[in-house]
Design a protein around this ligand. Sequence first.
Ligand code: SF4
Ligand code: SF4
Length: 442
Amino acid sequence: MKTFKIGGVHPHDNKLAAGRRFEPVPLPKEAIIQLNQHIGAPAVPVVEPGEEVKVGQLIAKANGFVSANIHSSVSGKVTKIDEIIDAWGAHQPAIFIEVEGDVWMPDIDISGKFKPTCNLSADEIKRKIADAGIVGLGGACFPTHVKLNPPKEHVIDTLIVNGVECEPYLTPNHRLMIEKGEEIMVGVQILMRALGVDTALIGIECNKRDAIEELERIAARKEGIRIVPLKMKYPQGGEKQLIQALTGREVKSGQLPSSTGVVVQNVATVFAVYEAVQLNKPLIEMYMSVCGKEMEQNGNFRARIGCSVNDVVNMIGGMPEVTGKIIAGGPMMGRAMIHLNTPVTKRTTGITFISQKSAPRFASSPCIRCGRCIQACPMGLEPYLLYKKALQKDWDFMEAHHIMDCMECGCCTFTCPSRQPLLDFVRLGKATVAANIRKRKS
Ligand code: SF4
Ligand code: SF4
């Protein structure tokens, strides 16, 4: 079975909610919609306090190249435009909406009918995707329309759809492939049309046998779409790793994935593309999982952007008392949260609870030079050395040794027998080098 060549680890997948269908989250009393739900500059509000809005109405416009439009996920009255303190303690601009009823914009198709045919041109498709505020829903939140316009010198021949979901605990992509397979396949055809390619490969790890079978059944009726089962190995869902596993092509250091003739889109993004292009529905809902070994239940949810994460968690009994760590996302690449009283955003793919027993950070012992971190690094870096250089603040060395290639996957920390905090310092080094590069460029 196919996989990527260098590094990788095998954490337990803990897909506790894999068998649970999506449940809709009830409408909140108030929706708090953040203005920076994408990489790039925060969107600029186009509504004022006191204004009435409908579901799907544009409330903030993209502000620059890698910014994205934001739409209201609820109907009601804008009460204020203010800051919130997010789950990481940072101030974030947001639009507050008091919810009244559930009135949708008239041009959004809410009939529930499946729409398999799209006759739009590539430019029309890209425009609809940009207007709908679609961003990469694998957690990166890079605007999808930008990815669909690669540099002219990159000739694209293949669309890759990322259905890997190798991050432990998370299950929304798995459930989407089972519950929304027909829509996803139309989304794939729409993206193939937008890119002008005849081939699409959908990579799925072999622990999702039911999703592989479902999409293979649908793909049998489609031209040029192939499902490729992949060996389980983390971080198989990394863009560069997935391209290598599926095509054998290698993204060179400092190059864009499109330099290999490939554009990668996450399976949840593909579903959002279907809704945007076929139903005129902007990105106003997230499909997410809530998981933890000590939860009363584990579950998958369809939540309006702007509703409270706490409300979603309370649907299955709330945060377990023995929780030691709350993570936005999964335990490998997710970020620890300081509270749950934060709105769902386009970044919210799941909430994971780790018990006090599993959460403590153990004291590290000296490096024994076993080399395991080097073997585990999927980018071919030397994490122990980068860690040492970060402690010495030798940023130039780190830049020369390709720190910017680090994908922050955490394989190095996961594998270290001395429990060295490798990822923390590699991240610090990467952020510092990135800031230095930006300074030099400006
Ligand atoms: S976090 Fe960075 S350095 Fe560590 S294994 Fe992943 S890519 Fe390599
Ligand atoms: S895995 Fe840990 S102990 Fe082994 S070389 Fe890397 S930092 Fe040192």
